[in-house]
Design a binder for this molecule. Structure first.
Ligand SMILES: C[S@@+](CC[C@H](N)C(=O)[O-])C[C@H]1O[C@@H](n2cnc3c(N)ncnc32)[C@H](O)[C@@H]1O
Length: 196
């Protein structure tokens, strides 16, 4: 199910209920608050959040394996007059030249898009993208869905996230954002993890 074809079909048939049609307020806030640097947006979709960080002066790379999402993201970047390095790749097979390159990795609705069986791999690939001391900025959802209910989106709990990350990462901050979009308030958690 986690193939480019599956996601292409979602975009083509407009079964894209996750898409906010614009930037995520939580990441707009972060982009203006945190020190500038290089950031990799994984599973960037139509690229609204990548554009947000680029507008704030971050050096942005945005990865997705879906052609249709990337071409919309490129259009969005063009309209906003920002430069973004777009990479069409599977996050589980990221070109080696991107390894250990980023100050930040941004996560939103990519973790819940992949099979729960690959969550350990996800931990490794994000770790591998970051420089020493690099940070994962992750807004994780849905917290109110059981894994047994299927996916995507696949449910996740705060306990699972802690178990997954605390071995190789140090928690910097945890927040239940009040500026989540209304239908996601209390259904998503913002965790910032720093590489150990
Ligand atoms: C639910 S959408 C979220 C898109 C965007 N983050 C957003 O919030 O609008 C998941 C995105 O991740 C991409 N994706 C899923 N699995 C991927 C993988 N293994 N490698 C690269 N991209 C992937 C899909 O193509 C899709 O664009």
């Amino acid at each position: 199910m986690n193939t480019p074809e599956f996601w292409e079909a979602c975009y083509e048939s407009e079964m894209d209920g996750w898409d906010l049609g614009g930037p995520t307020p939580v990441f707009q806030r972060l982009a203006s608050d945190i020190p500038k640097g290089s950031i990799c947006v994984i599973g960037c979709g139509r690229g609204y959040d990548a554009v947000t960080f680029a507008k704030e002066g971050f050096d942005v790379t945005a990865i997705d394996f879906t052609e249709i999402a990337l071409s919309a993201a490129k259009e969005n970047a063009k309209r906003a007059n920002v430069d973004i390095n777009f990479v069409q790749a599977d996050i589980f097979d990221i070109p080696k030249n991107l390894h250990y390159s980023f100050d930040y990795v941004m996560e939103y609705t990519c973790f819940c898009a992949i099979s729960p069986l690959r969550r350990f791999e996800y931990d490794r690939i994000v770790w591998q993208l970051l420089k020493p001391d690099g940070k994962l900025l992750g807004l994780f959802l849905p917290l109110d869905k059981e894994l047994e209910e299927g996916g995507p989106p696949w449910g996740v709990t705060k306990e699972e996230l802690y178990k997954l990350f605390e071995l190789h990462w140090e928690l910097v901050s945890e927040e239940m954002p009040r500026d989540s979009i209304s239908k996601r308030v209390d259904r998503e958690i913002l965790l910032v993890w720093k590489k150990k």
